[in-house]
Design a protein around this ligand. Structure first.
Ligand code: NDP
Length: 338
């Protein structure tokens, strides 16, 4: 795509790379910001383009270089990639080389036997569709979005290797793979000569499965880790402490992933106790939840979602605060274990 004179695009803050720290992604040449921005919610065809655009501008101004997408993010599926493509074209084309853009395939995308899971046929054609929607020549990271119990792991990993060799992606990753399958996938990719850059699992104070095995596998193999839903989709913020706001994710009942029933008394009581510790540190609950995921050095980046620019600002500002003391970490443990 032709790039117009720079003055035709968004002019980002010059000091953006001083706003956030970067961590090396495993044993690779890539560094990622401590906070990355995901496009799962609030960037789709039913959302306001201007709000989505404002969030990307805010993120980039704060040094967030990594934007995470997937073929199916919407609704409708694919529309988040289209939104990203529009924002890139309007605001950021001169800055493409300052960004790490990822996409994925692995969940249902189109009817018939070739639009889901982990075949080479699905992964390659899905990425070609994603590139068209975003109007990109390549993505920086392409992920297999979830393990496929029926396709041989070798086929899926060979497809990832082919995707890199064909120039469609610079690096590859896996997502939602448990420790044992992750170790196998990492080994196959390494043997093929296309190392696995990164794993994308869910991780937050309420869901800590990666601590029992996966983190060790990643650390031992020099693979980075970007954790999704670090705020438990908003539960680990002060948003729900006095009821369920109408403009929140839990109130938008279209979401099958977080709904009113998830906002239980038990959860709120816990968050209130955690929030007290956050206040002692001069942090908001959301800031504490993010810094807590980043206390582990194997975690390269916390992959947040947002519905407005101020939320992104709050989280990035929080990462500038000093780390937790051992005593506070133990207090947090005690609350989480209740
Ligand atoms: P989070 O846990 O960060 O939840 C984001 C939500 O939390 C926001 O939409 C907002 O809710 C609320 N929030 C964010 N910041 C604040 C704040 N400062 N104060 C109060 N509330 C706040 O992450 P997501 O669940 O959105 O996931 C993040 C990304 O991870 C996705 O966009 C996607 O890229 C990736 N992902 C990957 C998956 C995979 O299988 N690989 C699966 C799921 C996600 P509200 O909208 O109510 O304002």
């Amino acid at each position: 795509m032709d790039i117009l004179p720079t003055s035709q695009y968004y002019l980002p803050q010059e000091n953006r790379y001083e706003q956030i720290q970067y961590r090396r992604c495993g044993r690779s040449g890539i560094q990622l910001p401590l906070v990355s921005l995901g496009f799962w919610h609030n960037f789709s065809g039913v959302d306001t383009l201007e709000n989505s655009r404002a969030m990307v501008r805010t993120a980039f101004d704060l040094g967030i270089t990594h934007f995470d997408l997937a073929n199916n993010y919407g609704p409708p599926p694919g529309s988040a990639e289209e939104t990203f493509g529009q924002i890139l074209k309007k605001d950021f084309l001169p800055f493409r080389d300052e960004m790490i853009i990822s996409s994925k395939a692995g969940y249902y995308m189109w009817p018939g036997p070739y639009g889901d899971y982990g075949s080479r046929k699905y992964l390659v054609s899905s990425l070609d569709q994603s590139l068209k929607r975003m109007d990109l020549d390549y993505v920086d990271i392409f992920y297999h979005h979830r393990p496929d119990p029926d396709t041989p792991l070798e086929e899926t990993m060979r497809a990832l290797d082919f995707i890199v060799r064909s120039g469609r992606a610079l690096y590859v990753g896996i997502s939602n793979y448990r420790a044992e399958d992750a170790a196998k996938a990492i080994k196959i990719l390494s043997d093929l000569g296309t190392p696995c850059l990164i794993h994308q699992p869910n991780y937050n104070m309420f869901d800590r499965w990666i601590e029992s095995g996966l983190l060790k596998v990643l650390d031992n193999n020099g693979v980075g880790c970007i954790v999704f839903s670090p705020l438990a989709q908003g539960l680990l913020t002060n948003k729900y402490l006095n009821g369920i706001p109408e403009d929140s994710r839990a109130a938008k009942s279209s979401s099958i992933f977080l709904n009113r029933e998830d906002v239980t008394d038990a959860v709120i009581q816990k968050v209130k106790k955690l929030n007290k510790i956050a206040q002692e540190y001069g942090l908001s609950m959301a800031q504490m939840a993010i810094n807590w995921t980043l206390r582990k050095h194997v975690v390269t980046s916390a992959l947040i979602g947002a519905s407005r620019p101020a939320q992104i600002e709050e989280i990035v500002t929080g990462t500038q605060k000093p780390p937790f003391s051992e005593e506070s970490l133990q207090e947090i443990e005690a609350i989480l274990a209740e």
